[in-house]
Write a protein that binds this ligand. Structure first.
Ligand code: SAM
Length: 289
C-alpha cells in the first residue's frame, strides 16, 4: 500500500522534486485531503461498471482514487509539464489514459470512441479549473456524448448558480443550460484550506444526474442554447430588448416577436430571469418557426 498522492507530505515532495510551481493561470490548486477525494468518488458512486472522464488530473491525486474503483479513467490535462509527473505517480495503475489536450478544444466524442469500449456507464468526475468552469460545463452538456452523471468540484458561488431557480438573482443561462437535462445536487462544501496552493474561494462538489424529460423538448438543442444565451445577454434588460438584440430592431422582427410572445402568454417587459426552463423551450421552438 503506497501513500496517497493527495497526502500533503507526498504532494509537497512531488512538487519539489519536479520543481513545479502551480500555475495560477491554469487554475492549478491541488487537493491535499485524501478523505475528500474518497468522498468525491463515493458521491459519484464509481464501480467497475463505469468509465470515467476526468478534466485536469494535475499530479494525479483524484485520478488515482478513481482508478481504484472504475473500469477505466480517461483524463485530459492541458499542461505538458505534468505529463512526466503523471507518468510516475500513476505508474501503479493499468487502467488510466492521459491525453495532453485542452478540454475546450479536443474532439471529445472522437477521443472517447478511440479510448473507451462503449460498454460502460460514462461518468465525468473532476476538480475543475475554476477559470473555465462555465465553458467546460456547457461544452460537456452540449456535446453528443451520452453522459450519465457528472460530479465536479467548482467555486461555491458557481455551484449556487447551477442550482438556482427562476426569480432568484443567481438564476441565469448556466442554470438553464444545466437544468435542461440534469438534476442538480450540491453534495458538500470544501474549504479553501484543503488545497495547495490555497485558492481565494471556497468550493463545492456538485452532482448532476439525468433528469426526467420536461413535458416539451427543444426541436433544436443548438437553437435552445443560443436563445437562452441571447435572452440573458443583458440580465437587467427586458426579455423584449434582449430578443431585439438577437434578431435586430426592424419592424418585421418586432411584429413577429409580438406574435410569438402573445401566443406563449409571455409579457415582453418581463426580465429573462423569470422564465422557466419550459418557457425557454417553448420560446425557442416558436422562434424557430
Ligand atoms: N485533479 C487535480 C486535483 O484535484 O488536485 C488538479 C485540479 S486543478 C483545480 C485543475 C487542473 O486542470 C490543473 O491540472 C490544470 O493544469 C488543468 N487544466 C486547466 N485548464 C485546462 C484545460 N483547458 N484542459 C485540460 N486541463 C486543464
Amino acid at each position: 500500500e503506497h501513500i496517497d498522492i493527495a497526502d500533503p507530505i507526498r504532494t509537497r515532495a512531488i512538487l519539489e522534486r519536479y520543481r513545479l510551481n502551480a500555475k495560477k493561470s491554469l487554475g492549478q490548486n491541488f487537493l491535499t485531503r485524501p478523505q475528500i477525494l474518497k468522498d468525491i468518488v463515493a458521491a459519484a458512486d464509481i464501480s467497475d461498471a463505469d468509465d470515467v472522464i476526468e478534466v485536469g488530473p494535475g499530479i494525479g491525486a483524484l485520478t488515482e482514487q478513481l482508478a481504484r474503483h472504475a473500469h477505466h479513467v480517461l483524463a485530459f490535462e492541458i499542461d505538458e509539464n505534468l505529463l512526466d509527473v503523471l507518468d510516475e505517480t500513476l505508474d501503479p495503475y493499468e487502467n488510466i489514459t492521459i491525453v495532453n489536450a485542452d478540454i475546450l478544444k479536443v474532439d471529445l466524442p472522437k477521443v472517447v470512441a478511440e479510448n473507451l469500449d462503449g460498454n460502460h456507464t460514462l461518468k465525468i468526475v473532476a476538480n475543475l479549473p475554476y477559470y473555465i468552469t462555465t465553458p467546460i460545463l456547457k461544452g460537456l452538456l452540449q456535446s453528443s456524448l451520452k453522459l450519465d452523471q457528472i460530479v465536479v468540484m467548482m467555486q461555491k458561488e458557481v455551484a449556487d448558480r447551477l442550482n438556482a431557480q427562476p426569480g432568484n438573482k443567481e438564476y441565469g443561462s448556466l442554470s438553464v443550460a444545466v437544468q435542461l437535462d440534469m438534476n442538480v445536487n450540491v453534495e458538500f462544501e470544501v474549504p479553501r484550506t484543503a488545497f495547495m496552493p490555497q485558492p481565494n474561494v471556497d468550493s463545492a462538489i456538485v452532482k448532476l444526474t439525468k433528469r426526467e424529460p420536461w413535458p416539451v423538448q427543444p426541436n433544436s438543442r443548438d437553437a435552445f442554447f443560443k436563445t437562452v444565451h441571447a435572452c440573458f445577454a443583458h440580465r437587467r434588460k427586458t426579455l423584449w430588448n434582449n430578443l431585439l438584440g438577437m434578431y435586430g430592431k426592424t419592424p418585421e422582427v418586432k411584429e413577429s416577436l409580438t406574435k410569438v410572445l402573445e401566443k406563449l402568454s409571455i409579457k415582453p417587459g418581463i426580465r429573462p430571469e423569470r422564465l422557466t426552463v419550459v418557457d425557454f423551450i417553448r420560446l425557442t421552438n416558436e422562434l424557430e418557426k
